[in-house]
Ligand binder design. Structure first.
Ligand SMILES: Cc1cc2nc3c(=O)[nH]c(=O)nc-3n(C[C@H](O)[C@H](O)[C@H](O)COP(=O)(O)OP(=O)(O)OC[C@H]3O[C@@H](n4cnc5c(N)ncnc54)[C@H](O)[C@@H]3O)c2cc1C
Length: 263
C-alpha cells in the first residue's frame, strides 16, 4: 500500500505525525479567548427540554447549551444517553505497537504481508512507531528467546522493515497489544446534540484516519452551523441534519478504505 502524499492535489501535500498530547495542546492553543476549558470535568448525563437535548449535567450542575457536541470517545456516555448507537465489530486480530529508538530514515509505509499489516511511521525525536498485526494470543507467554524468534519471522516476512530491523530486535520486549474494532453510528445527531469523533465512528488504524476524520467532523459541523447563521433551536437542528448526511457519506468511505486497503 503506497501512501504517496505527493499526489494530493493541495499546495501542502504533507502527512503530519505527532504525539496525541501534543495534538491536543495544539488544538487547545487554537481556541479563541471566549472558550472556557474545564479539564477533568465529567459529563454525567444530558439535560432535556421536551424531546430536545438542551445541555449536560456536569459535576453535579446543569449546564445549558444551544448545542451539545458529544466528543467523549469510543465508549461515549452521551451517545448512550441520547439513545444513539454505534455497534462495534471487533477484528479477530490485534495490533502490537512498538516504539523504536535509533537512527532510522523517516518513512511512513504500510505493508500488507502474509502475516497481515506492518505499519511504520516517524515520530518527533527520531522515534519510530511500528504496528505489527498479530493473532489474539500470538505473543502470549513468549519469553526472550520466543520473542527473538518471532521478531526474526516478522522481519523475514517483510523486507521493507530492513531499515528498522536492528531497532525492532532491540525493542521487541517493550510492546503494547491493542484490540482493533470498527463502528459507524447509523445516526450522528438528535435534536440539540451531535456526535463528533469516535463517539460516532471507529476505524482500523491501517490508513491512520481516526483523528483526521474526527477533526473533519468538527470542521463540517462548524461549517453547517455557520451557514445556518444563528443558534436558534430550529436552525441548529437543521444544520445537524445536514451534518449527519454529509458526514455519514464521507465516514462510510473512510470506514471502507480503512477496512479494505487498496490493492
Ligand atoms: C494506539 C492508537 C493509535 C492511533 N493512531 C492514529 C493515527 O495514526 N492517525 C489517526 O488519525 N488516528 C489515530 N488513532 C485514532 C485517534 O487517536 C482517535 O481517532 C482520536 O483520538 C479520536 O478523538 P476523539 O476526541 O473522538 O476521542 P478521544 O481522543 O478518545 O477523546 C475523548 C475524550 O473524552 C473524554 N471523556 C470520555 N467520557 C467523558 C465524560 N463522560 N465526560 C467528560 N469527558 C469524557 C476522555 O477522557 C477523552 O479525553 C489512534 C488511536 C489509537 C488508540
Amino acid at each position: 500500500m503506497r501512501l504517496d502524499y505527493g499526489h494530493l492535489p493541495t499546495p501542502q501535500p504533507w502527512l503530519l505525525a505527532h504525539d496525541y498530547p501534543t495534538i491536543l495542546r495544539a488544538l487547545d492553543d487554537s481556541l479563541p479567548p471566549g472558550v472556557e476549558v474545564r479539564r477533568g470535568a465529567l459529563a454525567e448525563g444530558l439535560v432535556r427540554t421536551g424531546d430536545r437535548v438542551t445541555g449536560v449535567r456536569c459535576d453535579g450542575t446543569a449546564v445549558t447549551a444551544a448545542l451539545v457536541v458529544a466528543a467523549d470517545g469510543v465508549s461515549s456516555r452521551l451517545r448512550r444517553e441520547a439513545g444513539l448507537t454505534a455497534p462495534r465489530s471487533d477484528y479477530p486480530h490485534r495490533l502490537a505497537a512498538f516504539e523504536l529508538a535509533g537512527t532510522v530514515p523517516p518513512d511512513f509505509s504500510a505493508y500488507v504481508t502474509d502475516g497481515g499489516l506492518r505499519l511504520r511511521y516517524p515520530l518527533p525525536g527520531g522515534r519510530v512507531r511500528l504496528y505489527v498485526q498479530v493473532a489474539a494470543d500470538e505473543l502470549r507467554g513468549l519469553g526472550p528467546d520466543g520473542l527473538r524468534a518471532w521478531s526474526g519471522r516478522v522481519l523475514r516476512g517483510c523486507p521493507g522493515l530492513d531499515p528498522v530491523a536492528e531497532a525492532f530486535r532491540a525493542g521487541v520486549a517493550d510492546r503494547q497489544v491493542l484490540p482493533v474494532s470498527r463502528a459507524l453510528a447509523p445516526a450522528l445527531t438528535v435534536p440539540g446534540l451531535a456526535l463528533v469523533g469516535e463517539s460516532g465512528h471507529l476505524v482500523h488504524p491501517m490508513a491512520a484516519q481516526g483523528m483526521n476524520s474526527s477533526i473533519a467532523d468538527a470542521h463540517t459541523l462548524a461549517a453547517m452551523l455557520r451557514q445556518g447563521g444563528s443558534l436558534q433551536a430550529d436552525v441548529v437542528d437543521h444544520a445537524l441534519r445536514r451534518y449527519d448526511t454529509a458526514r455519514r457519506h464521507d465516514l462510510h468511505h473512510v470506514g471502507r478504505t480503512s477496512h479494505t486497503p487498496p490493492g
